[in-house]
Design a protein around this ligand. Structure first.
Ligand code: UDP
Ligand code: MG
Length: 151
């Protein structure tokens, strides 16, 4: 068992639909420790860096618009970024979050309960969670300064 940190983002659909508290509640109940939290104005540059591994996917340009709140009318491109810490936190948080495609996400997961596929085909799945250890380290460092994480 390893103590890990992982990045969660409350995506613009989660912000608009007032699901921030619900997501935090589920993650807290699952036993993870919240060690970093802030509102972020997502620049074009930050969005592209965050999703760099997906830059050749056909859905990439819409994904950048989505994460910057352009489909949800979120002012100042605001979202909420969180860092959770705990034993096997990366896998454990992903289990609470559910599968990428909301139609495949298990009932009771955040995405299974609240995700949708928009009429444009965008997976609006409420939250981002780091996919593996390498991504988690990269993403936590991309979104947070070391002094913003208290552990
Ligand atoms: N996405 C999408 N259509 C797809 C695949 C992904 O709209 O066919 C979006 C979705 O919002 C997803 C994000 O792109 O959360 C990042 O994709 P990834 O494969 O990394 O999924 P995740 O790690 O978020 O589960
Ligand atoms: Mg991913």
């Amino acid at each position: 068992m390893a103590i890990e940190k992982t990045l969660i983002l409350i995506k613009p659909d989660g912000i608009k639909r007032r699901l921030t508290g619900l997501a935090i509640d589920r993650l807290e109940n699952a036993g993870f420790e919240l060690v970093g939290a802030k509102a972020v104005s997502v620049t074009e540059e930050l969005a592209r860096k965050h999703y760099d591994a997906l830059k050749d996917k056909p859905f990439f340009e819409n994904l950048i618009k989505y994460i910057r709140g352009e489909f949800h009318g979120i002012s100042k491109n605001r979202l909420i970024a969180l860092v959770y810490r705990g034993e096997n936190a990366i896998k454990g948080v992903r289990a609470v979050v559910g599968a990428t495609n909301p139609e495949d996400a298990a009932p009771g997961t955040i995405r299974g309960s609240f995700g949708r596929i928009s009429s444009k085909g965008q997976f609006e799945n409420v939250v981002h969670a780091s996919g593996d250890a390498q991504d988690a380290v990269r993403e936590v460092a991309l979104w947070f300064k070391p002094e913003e994480i208290i552990e």
